[in-house]
Design a protein around this ligand. Structure first.
Ligand code: GLY
Length: 373
């Protein structure tokens, strides 16, 4: 696997950057970051679980290239994405005299990437940062595309900025340390890419994904590369989500409501909500006569084969009724003039943004799915 090196470019003019995908990238982090800056000191922000497993390897990779490294280690978990911790990170960076030409390294999953990216966006009106994502979900989604931010008590990711990283290093070796459930939750975002825009990729995943989950590194690199290519292409044409970027939210309108209904707890991980949301989006598309009646079953069968949560029946504990879930969808960032946007599909790989969807059809679908629990 040491030979595998895939590179995807996010084409944003002067702010373009590379996503490097492969094995052994922590050891190369120093030489790759050195190519971006003449400065030889780096501030790394990470969290306790990642630090225990991987910080020594990252530090060694950076120091080999002559960097002086200081690290801030935060508590793990979604609760870290708040105003208070953001303030602590920014003040820590200011105390270390991090300047505009310095680079900050976000070393962790989506929480760390979002939080540290936002700290970099507002520090001195913007310092550069590098994403070194340690989860599959972050490698294929949150570390790419420049969405950064924190949560408000009133909702997830409501405070933030678009701030693109200067480099993303997606090291496949880090995925070995993930719990199976976390890997699978990340896989929910991978299959989303096939469903939204590349039927051949989804077809390939139907065959290759079980081996990928079992540890096939070449398959993992291929899946991460194709996911990043698709995201890069969408971000390059709609960086600030005025149009097509919303396609990346396939499965998320339902998924976010389910996450909110389960209190953002381990009853349902984000990627699990996305997988269930993708199945619901295809069910709704089929009900509305937009796609073939057999497609929801095909999507659900693949999720089930992978061991992913697939239906509302797979979520433990109580859920609100259909109107309660619809009310939670109303908090979604894609709501305009009170109308909820859905990402629906005309086929596998043929998603589109739908506004003005018949909410009676949504209510009927959710009621039937809830009754089947
Ligand atoms: N995670 C969706 C996006 O980056 O637009």
């Amino acid at each position: 696997m040491s030979a595998v090196r895939e590179t995807v470019e996010v084409g944003l003019g002067a702010r373009s950057y590379e996503i490097v995908i492969g094995s052994g990238l922590l050891a190369e982090a120093g030489s790759r970051i050195a190519a971006l800056s003449d400065r030889r000191r780096l501030a790394v922000v990470t969290e306790e679980r990642v630090a225990a497993l991987h910080l020594a390897a990252l530090r060694a990779g950076l120091e080999t290239a002559g960097f002086e490294v200081e690290a801030l280690i935060l508590p793990p978990g979604e609760a870290t994405k708040n105003w208070q911790t953001l303030g602590e990170v920014v003040e820590w960076l200011i105390a270390r005299k991090v300047e505009r030409d310095d680079l900050v390294v976000a070393f962790g999953g989506g929480v760390i990437g979002d939080l540290v990216g936002f700290a970099a966006a507002i520090l001195r009106r913007g310092v550069g940062f590098v994403q070194v994502p340690t989860t599959l979900l972050a490698q294929v989604d949150s570390a790419v595309g420049g969405k950064t931010g924190i949560n408000s008590p009133q909702g997830k990711n409501l405070i933030g900025a678009f701030h693109q990283p200067r480099l993303v290093l997606a090291d496949m070796d880090l995925l070995d340390a993930l719990e199976a459930r976390d890997f699978l939750a990340g896989y929910g975002e991978v299959l989303k890419y096939g469903l939204l825009g590349d039927a051949a990729f989804f077809h390939w995943l139907e065959g290759a994904a079980p081996a990928m989950a079992a540890g096939d590194v070449a398959a993992r690199a291929r899946a991460v590369r194709r996911s990043c290519e698709m995201k890069a292409e969408i971000v390059a044409r709609d960086e600030t989500e005025r149009g097509d970027r919303a396609l990346l939210n396939l499965g998320h309108t339902f998924g976010h409501a389910l996450e909110a209904a389960t209190g953002y707890s381990d009853r349902l991980l984000h990627g699990e909500g996305v997988a269930i949301g993708c199945v619901l989006a295809f069910q709704l598309s089929a009900r509305l006569g937009l796609c073939g009646q057999e497609l929801p079953g095909r999507v659900a069968a693949h999720c089930r084969e992978m061991g992913l949560r697939t239906t509302l029946a797979d979520i433990p504990g109580d859920l609100p009724d259909a109107d309660g879930l619809i009310a939670l969808m109303g908090q979604d960032k894609k709501v305009t003039d009170g109308r909820i946007a859905f990402i629906l599909a005309r086929g596998i790989g043929e998603a589109f943004v739908a506004r003005g969807v018949d909410m009676d059809a949504v209510r009927a679908l959710l009621s039937e799915e809830l009754a089947a629990r």
